[in-house]
Design a protein around this ligand. Structure first.
Ligand SMILES: [Fe+2]
Ligand SMILES: [Fe+2]
Length: 357
């Protein structure tokens, strides 16, 4: 899609936005002349459907997903497919996965899923796999190789030997500041599968990888982290252009490591606070003592929103549409070789990291 067309495309997005805030992403794949056909896909993530009792579910989280599905069905142009980025459930309960899938069932179009830790650690993904399918696979679409990974596995000892009940295991992993949790990983067998899968792909084919946790190390204390990230990155390193799209962090993140662009998706449920990752100093990080924390606890939608993602010749531009904040663009800067916030704020103008209790 050309720049001019993209502007029109974004204007259409703006018109839609006027109706409501949209907790989804529309990803535009525009690989230039070499690609046979440009296309779009939509991205929804992290709905955390929460069962109360009987047929009762937490209404706010239901409504976030219902709204995203409704908006996705109105998108023009129609996305070729829709991707769900994981954490459909809050505590992995069959009722939560079933209810989430029922709400997603209203989507028009093919749906792909990635496994989140909230979907996994109750029954180790049994119900999810039974109703959704395999947790890692690849497919080709209009000249792009797409890979889905399950990045939220961890050490066998933690998974199998530590907990007296599956629910206890789930709850220990479900917290943001999970002091008894364990770092996420893709694991040996899946990395071996990935190596074989990528063997068949030519190095100039654009590769897009979906994971739930970031395939990079951002902040271990909150599991914004994948333990074997470097090993996965090494498998992706030979390709000209790679994009990793992930959920889990419920906030805007972007990064560039070598040939790999990283972009997060926002959540339909709630935002997590920022880990002040620009400092990487433990002392600047908020001390979390409660399970559900928000950047602004009085505004449940703070930092949720939606985004357009353009992949120009394999580079990523993301247009973040934040309903109650100034919209931002994070564009790939050729001269710098990585994505940059086009309205970069010097440190003196930033709102300092908040204290959370
Ligand atoms: Fe999540
Ligand atoms: Fe997650």
């Amino acid at each position: 899609m050309s720049r001019i067309n993209r502007r029109n495309f974004l204007k259409k997005g703006g018109a839609l936005l006027a109706a409501s805030s949209l907790p989804l992403s529309l990803v535009e794949v525009a690989f230039g002349k070499a690609a046979p056909e440009n296309f779009t896909f939509a991205y929804l993530s992290d709905s955390h459907i929460t069962h109360i009792k009987g047929k009762e579910f937490v209404r706010n989280w239901d409504r976030g997903l219902i709204r995203a599905v409704a908006e996705a069905n109105l998108l023009t142009p129609r996305p070729d497919f829709i991707f769900y980025g994981g954490d459909i459930a809050q505590l992995g309960k069959p009722e939560e996965i079933d209810h989430g899938l029922e709400l997603l069932g209203a989507l028009h179009g093919d749906l792909h899923h990635v496994m989140g830790e909230h979907d996994y650690y109750l029954d180790l993904g049994e119900h999810w796999r039974k109703h959704i399918g395999p947790d890692h696979y690849s497919f080709d679409h209009k000249g792009v190789h797409f890979v889905v990974l399950n990045s939220i596995l961890t050490y066998d000892d933690w998974t199998y030997n530590r907990w007296d009940s599956p629910m206890r295991r789930m709850q220990e992993m479900a917290r943001l500041d999970n002091p008894n949790g364990s770092p996420f990983m893709v694991g040996d067998s899946q990395r071996e599968w990935l190596r074989k899968d990528l063997d068949k792909v030519s190095k100039d084919t654009p590769v897009v990888v979906f994971s739930h946790s970031p395939l990079q190390k951002i902040y271990k204390g909150w599991n914004f982290w994948t333990e074997d990230a470097e090993q996965v990155q090494a498998l992706l390193e030979p390709f000209d252009k790679v994009t990793v799209l992930y959920g889990h962090v419920h906030q805007i993140q972007y990064n560039q490591i070598g040939n790999i662009s990283f972009n997060s998706a926002m959540a339909t449920a709630w935002p997590w606070p920022y880990p002040a990752s620009f400092t990487q100093k433990a002392s600047y990080l908020p001390k979390l003592t409660v399970d559900m924390n928000r950047a602004d606890p009085f505004f449940e939608r703070d930092a949720t929103g939606w985004q357009f993602i353009d992949l120009h010749t394999g580079d990523v531009d993301v247009h973040y549409v934040l309903p109650d904040n100034r919209n931002r663009t994070v564009a790939f800067d050729d001269s710098k070789g990585h994505p940059v916030d086009t309205e970069y704020q010097p440190e003196s103008k930033r709102i300092p990291p908040q204290t959370h209790y």
